[in-house]
Design a protein around this ligand. Structure first.
Ligand SMILES: Nc1ncnc2c1ncn2[C@@H]1O[C@H](COP(=O)(O)OP(=O)(O)OP(=O)(O)O)[C@@H](O)[C@H]1O
Ligand SMILES: [Mg+2]
Length: 343
């Protein structure tokens, strides 16, 4: 069976260790004095956000007293959280003890003696207060966050639970622009202060090592393959997948490799960029050096304007600056992709 997978959002068979960032976030939440209660993971499409979040969830689920619940931004999230909590058998007793009657909300937990709660936010408040009292901690995870009504309503309520010092934690993933939009809501300034973690590229040495084990190739060839991938998780899977499927050297499938990247990710990324973002990208692609000055001349943008767009591209994880005054694309073959667009 091909150990590589082109499916998004699913933990791949051949995974490259990301312990450094995973540990940081797990510890940030679970240490005795948590560094933060809200954390957001951002990064371009295909950079491994969903896979990393899944790993963090499974790690925290193993911790004593932790409850981890994943919510979708497509549903009423307060309702969904209350439903998930009340459906857990291990928590029934805790809620019964506090005489929390959720029958009117259709959540099953029924008690004769207590009047039923009719407002979902109030119900959750009572449940979380009770869980906190019992030393339980609740982590809510939200993948692919958007700034829709469900998320806004949920986040503004969550803010109140945090203020009340309940043991509640929130981990979200999303594209930078979505998270940016959400945190700029007047009522959600607590998100503005929460740490935003830009997901790291995969370690190139580890990538080379994996390729070497799987394909039984020379160290040099494995390194060449890792250099092509540039630490981009989706590219790591695609290159491996094609080599395995065709049982050939990476040199024979580079054309297909490009086609996969373009069709499944780069076209989408491109369509989400603004006119000015693209101007900067085209200038960078055509610049031999990547020098800011050269990009400014080519894009014909004013210095302060360029710095705004450069900043945005950096925060989205599309470009990086390994050397002061110079820029480069983070994604493999993106220069070629952009050049082709404007031929
Ligand atoms: N640690 C890893 N090692 C190897 N491959 C990985 C790793 N993490 C993710 N991948 C691969 O990268 C691809 C993208 O992963 P994932 O779906 O997590 O990205 P994403 O950032 O959530 O993308 P999107 O923004 O589109 O939701 C998948 O093919 C996945 O198998
Ligand atoms: Mg994802």
């Amino acid at each position: 069976m091909n150990p590589f997978s082109l499916t998004f959002g699913k933990e791949p068979v051949s995974a490259i260790n990301r312990d450094k960032q995973v540990n940081e976030i797990v510890e940030g939440f679970t240490s005795e004095n948590p560094e933060y209660q809200v954390c957001m993971i951002t990064g371009v499409r295909g950079s491994g956000k969903t896979v990393m979040m899944t790993e963090i969830s499974s790690r925290i689920k193993e911790e004593k007293n932790w409850i981890v619940i994943e919510l979708s931004p497509d549903r009423n999230m307060l309702q969904a959280l209350a439903a998930e909590l009340s459906n857990r058998f291990d928590l029934t007793q805790i809620f019964k003890e506090a005489k929390i009657n959720l029958s009117v909300l259709g959540l099953g937990l029924e008690l004769d003696s207590a009047p039923p709660i009719t407002d979902i936010a109030v119900a959750l408040d009572r449940m979380l207060a009770q869980l906190t009292k019992k030393g339980r901690k609740v982590l809510v995870t939200v993948d692919e966050t958007v700034a829709n009504q469900n998320v806004r309503e949920f986040a503004s309520q969550f803010q109140i639970y945090i203020r009340k010092q309940y043991n509640v934690f929130l981990l979200m993933t999303g594209l930078y622009e979505k998270i940016y939009e959400l945190q700029n809501e007047d009522t959600l300034t607590f998100l503005y202060r929460a740490p935003k973690v830009l997901i790291d590229p995969l370690n190139s040495d580890l990538i080379a090592k994996q390729y070497r084990v799987i394909f039984d190739i020379s160290e040099e060839e494995a390194k060449e393959m890792a250099n092509i991938v540039k630490g981009y998780p989706y590219a790591y899977q695609v290159l491996g997948y094609l080599c395995y499927k065709n049982q050939c050297s990476y040199k024979d499938i580079l054309y297909d490799f490009d086609a996969y990247l373009n069709e499944y990710v780069y076209d989408k990324i491109w369509s989400e960029m603004s006119e000015k973002d693209r101007k900067v990208a085209v200038a960078l692609a055509n610049s031999e050096t990547g020098k800011i000055e050269d990009i400014r001349n080519r894009s014909k943008l004013k210095a302060n304007e360029l710095s705004v767009y450069r900043d945005r591209l950096l925060k989205r994880g599309l470009i990086k600056s390994s050397q002061y005054g110079y820029l480069e694309f983070t994604l493999p073959r993106f220069t070629e992709f952009v050049k082709k667009k404007y031929k």
